[in-house]
Design a protein around this ligand. Sequence first.
Ligand code: AMP
Length: 190
Amino acid sequence: MKYFILFGPPGAGKGTQAAKMKEKYSLRHISTGDLLRKEIAEETELGKMAKSLTDNGNLVPDEIVIGMIRNVLDSDRTAKGFLLDGFPRTEAQAVALDRMLKERGSEVTSVLSLMIDDDEVVRRIKKRAEIENRADDADEATIRNRVRTYHEKTEPVINHYKSTGKYNEVNGTGSIEEVFGTLCGIIDRL
Ligand code: AMP
């Protein structure tokens, strides 16, 4: 069983690349952001709790997202592999993921990290706001808070994986096809 992590700041293109990778490699795509948006749309208890946090660009508590990931891993034992998008976002989530995979006799296969700078993040998310209708894409203060949260809480996760030799950085500023080509190159060499 293969477990890929698609890593990077908001707006780096994780969702776009995940859709292509899922197709090409028959992976089960798990986006914690998508799962949370579904809970919010369905107005579940979890969704009500998550709404104000996600709307303001803050992270949802670790236990919640870790539980969501555990549920998907448990519910799909037939997948060829999993593609985690937007998880782990904190050191605690990375540690929990290691533990969950170890329980399943497995480990993270590869971390694919899309790199773009902060100004490009803001530019891309503003563009996305014109197409999708995400509350957290709507104003610049929220976008800047997400960038800050990324640097403070999520970027340190890179160090968690760097020492494992499974961490790969990919320039995220090329065209969709260029970035996809680089990602495929890494996966195909595994
Ligand atoms: P995304 O679609 O990945 O940009 O996620 C949208 C929002 O959902 C984030 O800004 C967070 O508020 C929340 N979220 C998604 N994934 C996580 C996670 N792994 N840990 C905590 N919060 C998350």
